[in-house]
Design a protein around this ligand. Structure first.
Ligand SMILES: NC(=O)c1ccc[n+]([C@@H]2O[C@H](COP(=O)([O-])OP(=O)(O)OC[C@H]3O[C@@H](n4cnc5c(N)ncnc54)[C@H](OP(=O)(O)O)[C@@H]3O)[C@@H](O)[C@H]2O)c1
Length: 279
């Protein structure tokens, strides 16, 4: 039996992974008390060393750029034999963004994936990269949870144009299951998978579903882009809204769709529809 190490243990995927694994080592920058199945270690992945003492698997959903140097700090011969890593389909959807910051994120993700593969090949570690789309599920995300808290506060939600861009929101619980399934299927060795949610719906319908989940009558206001851009300039200095950008808002009418068929075939990936919003 391998030791399972979970890095990114405090995010939404980690939240569900921790409840599914019988025994694991969880890594975070803050110390936390151990519980029945979890040994918490306080490690900064930017500078620390992974605690590999027995044959181990790493489930990684922390910032991807920290992983290749983290692996490079392991001895050449290591007992870490497998990594299952979360990247993001943003490496495609933000590649040609009008926002330079987003382009940089996309480039960094692509570079980090390449560097990860190289480090794994050097150390003979089996790798699998999972690229989710829009993640939700336990109130820790900045998409669905942001929309829900805006609706709760203001009673309406503004969108640019008609909000016709297609989305495939994916539940973090399904990603945690996918991670465990991918780790136990030999077919996933040294492969990359895009992981979508089980339902494709347009941005507007996603917002309507959130209204309904909150027990509220949908009240969506369509705002022209120039007005929206001005509104954004006025609010993005507030920390709560600092993640919003014109490029992000522009994408509301663009399709961000991927195909998870390979994941279905190789490890039985079966994501749920856009329900159980975890709000
Ligand atoms: N959110 C989305 O909609 C979305 C979409 C597509 C893909 N993804 C991918 O899904 C994964 C999870 O994303 P997320 O948004 O749910 O979570 P996130 O906010 O990116 O999670 C960050 C996690 O990394 C840990 N972390 C960060 N820096 C660290 C460091 N220096 N040392 C140790 N731990 C560190 C944090 O732990 P502590 O703060 O406790 O140290 C936290 O658990 C990522 O790979 C992301 O690219 C997310």
């Amino acid at each position: 039996m391998s030791t399972i190490i979970v890095a990114g243990a405090t995010n939404q995927i980690g939240h569900f992974l921790l409840s599914k694994l019988p025994k694991l080592i969880a890594i975070s920058r803050q110390a936390r008390p151990n519980t029945g199945n979890i040994t918490w270690l306080k490690i900064d992945l930017a500078t620390g060393i992974l605690p590999i003492k027995t044959p181990s698997k790493l489930f990684y959903s922390a910032p991807l750029s920290l992983l290749p140097p983290l692996l490079a700090r392991l001895p050449q011969i290591t007992l870490l034999n497998q990594v299952v890593v979360f990247s993001s389909t943003s490496c495609f959807t933000k590649e040609n963004s009008t926002d330079l910051k987003e382009q940089t994120i996309a480039n960094q993700l692509a570079q980090a994936e390449k560097a990860l593969i190289k480090e794994c090949q050097r150390r003979n570690i089996t790798w699998t990269i999972l690229r989710p789309t829009l993640v939700y599920g336990c109130g820790l995300d900045k998409n669905v949870t942001f929309i829900a808290s805006f609706i709760k506060k203001f009673g309406f939600f503004p969108i640019v144009g008609q909000g016709i861009g297609l989305r495939q929101p994916v539940h973090a619980d399904d990603l945690a299951t996918a991670c465990i399934q991918a780790a136990s299927s030999p077919k996933t060795a040294n492969k990359t998978y895009n992981l979508t949610g089980g339902q494709t719906l347009c941005y507007r319908d996603m917002v309507i579903t959130i209204f309904k989940f909150l027990g509220k009558k949908p009240h969506i206001i369509s705002v022209p882009l120039p007005l929206f851009t001005t509104m954004l300039r006025c609010i993005t200095w507030l920390p709560k809204y600092s993640h919003l950008s014109t490029a992000m808002v522009n994408r509301i009418n663009q399709d961000l769709c991927f195909d998870s068929t390979a994941a279905q075939h190789d490890f039985g990936y079966q994501p749920r529809k856009f329900v159980d919003l975890g709000l």
